[in-house]
Design a protein around this ligand. Structure first.
Ligand SMILES: [Fe+2]
Length: 253
């Protein structure tokens, strides 16, 4: 599995507080079957991670994992707040590319309120050859009320990342229901852990993949699409829906 959203880098945001915690997250992820993890520290007002800091910590973590024999490949990235996009120059946007691919950026979907400028930002990034990956829209109350509100962002060119703990129910009923509705509607493209620390939120993806209930679709979400992103190959075609459930007929992407 390939996990393209984590706060595994130590001491830069609300994720791992030390290199020891970073290693613990990596061990948990590797045990769960994750082979590749993108380190995506917050880039926003309260955690304005500099691109050079991200790159230095990725190197330090890689070295620590190599010394301890932990088999998890670490790639770079960032989770960038919509309001922080404008402050980044072209070189920073390129170096913050998701999984090391300058053609993708992980963009934080807000936990509350509605991102009025998001559709315009998706178009702006598209004009620069960058595809935004929207992080966990299922956690936004407006999306929980009406999941079809995600469809225009997908139509504008964004991909959608769901959080593993939403799908398997660890984040509660509303997150779970919304995540599954987005999957059923074909509005979700990848699942990631958004792992912050060892112990409280597990770092793995396997329970979420099982919760999808369709092994072929789950493999697309945890392996095929994130692999295509890091390899810069075309996003594979969405697997055909197994059944015409009422959920998938309500709206679609
Ligand atoms: Fe995150």
């Amino acid at each position: 599995m390939v996990d393209l959203h984590s706060h595994i880098l130590p001491g830069v945001d609300d994720g791992a507080r030390s290199l020891e915690e970073s290693v613990e997250i990596a061990i948990a992820a590797a045990r769960d079957g994750t082979k590749v993890m993108a380190a995506t520290p917050h880039v926003r007002g309260d955690f304005p991670t500099a691109v050079a800091t991200m790159e230095r910590l990725v190197l330090e973590l890689k070295e620590a994992l190599r010394e301890k024999g932990v088999e998890l490949r670490i790639l770079g990235g960032a989770e960038i707040a919509i309001s922080s996009l404008k402050a980044l120059d072209a070189d920073e946007l390129r170096r913050f590319g998701l999984g090391g691919n300058p053609h993708y950026l992980l963009v934080e979907f807000p936990y509350s309120g509605w991102p009025l400028s998001l559709e315009a930002e998706i178009w702006n990034l598209g004009e620069r050859g960058i595809t935004p990956v929207l992080a966990h829209p299922e956690r936004n109350p407006e999306v929980q009320f009406d999941p079809s509100m995600v469809a225009p962002f997908v139509a504008a060119g964004a991909l959608v990342q769901l959080t593993a703990a939403s799908l398997d129910g660890r984040l509660g009923r509303r997150n779970k229901r919304t995540a599954h509705r987005l999957v059923a509607a074909g509005c979700a493209h990848l699942i990631a852990s958004d792992a912050h620390w060892p112990g409280l939120r597990r770092a793995g993806l396997s329970s979420a993949a099982a919760a999808v209930g369709d092994p072929r679709l789950a493999n697309w979400l945890v392996h095929e699409v994130p692999t295509a992103i890091i390899e810069n190959s075309p996003i594979p075609i969405h697997p055909p829906a197994r059944s015409g459930s009422l959920l998938s007929r309500w709206f679609s992407c």
